[in-house]
Design a protein around this ligand. Structure first.
Ligand SMILES: [Zn+2]
Length: 193
């Protein structure tokens, strides 16, 4: 018998077949297991490859269609890279709402992505978003919350860019500006799930 954590957003139907960890969270398909315990912060590389090759949702493990939803933090939104394969929109929105209890989390819906590598890590270069959904504190985030999270997240990126020189800083400025286009419009328009 599965017992979900009290206060967890409604688990989408496709994710209800997943095992549930001891904290009451459904265990994403792509996550690695060690000694019978899921490790939410580690992706199983075989499952990552299967998600990409078979077009399986990284969260529920079922086939996804043309719209691919990536879960991002503000830094990933600036760099347009994700570290986990895409998911269904409803699976991603559920996970963002659950994850954003601790962090501002973005669901980035796009039709295209390409695989790349940073060192030995596989990354997903994501295409132009068709929709974005921001979450904070388990609900849809407002513009101020997203702006605050960017202000906290971008200084280390600027530090790296400054070390690379003026052109790198200009490029980063452009990337940050590009990301801010997708912020929630203003507080009054933020809705809640
Ligand atoms: Zn799914």
């Amino acid at each position: 018998m599965k017992t979900y954590r009290p206060g967890l957003p409604t688990v989408p139907p496709r994710m209800r077949n997943l095992p549930v960890n001891h904290e009451g969270y459904p265990v994403p398909f792509v996550c690695a297991w060690t000694d019978g315990e899921p490790n939410f912060s580690v992706v199983d590389p075989r499952k990552l490859a299967a998600c990409h090759d078979q077009r399986w949702c990284s969260l529920c493990g079922e086939l996804i269609g043309q719209y691919k939803a990536f879960l991002l933090d503000p830094v990933m939104a600036v760099m347009r890279t994700a570290t986990e394969p895409p998911a269904h929109i409803d699976c991603a929105r559920f996970s963002a709402a659950a994850l954003s209890r601790a962090f501002v989390t973005l669901v980035w819906v796009t039709r295209g992505y390409s695989l790349g590598h940073v060192g030995s890590t596989t990354v997903f270069h994501i295409g132009e978003p068709e929709q974005t959904f921001w979450y904070a504190g388990g609900r849809r985030a407002n513009r101020q919350e997203v702006m605050d999270s960017f202000q906290a997240a971008t200084p280390p990126l600027y530090e790296l860019a400054r070390a690379d020189g003026e052109v790198a800083v200009m490029k980063l400025d452009m990337k940050v500006k590009r990301a801010t286009k997708y912020f929630p419009k203003h507080a009054a328009l933020a809705d809640y799930v």
